[in-house]
Design a protein around this ligand. Sequence first.
Ligand code: SF4
Length: 96
Amino acid sequence: MCCQTHFTFYVKDGDLARWRKEGRTDILERLERDEAVWAGDRFVHRRNGHLVRSCPFLVREGGRFACAIYDTRPRTCRDYRPGSNELCPLHRPARG
Ligand code: SF4
């Protein structure tokens, strides 16, 4: 998992239920509008075919990146340990 892909792929039923309960129509509408699909070699937006570059909630604050929905981010994002995936820029290979 990585913020450089699209959060569509991380959303679970529990996240959807929580956002409905919290009245987070902004997230639900964004999810529907920006739905992404696998095009064989890359992810693209279903609506316009544009390449998916990163999560729409990944924002730049000062010189750093941050999650704009941090308090209610998807469960997968909460459970992710930064650097634990090879695709993550923070990943450091284990020394043997
Ligand atoms: S942590 Fe936030 S910015 Fe990163 S993928 Fe999850 S929702 Fe998007």
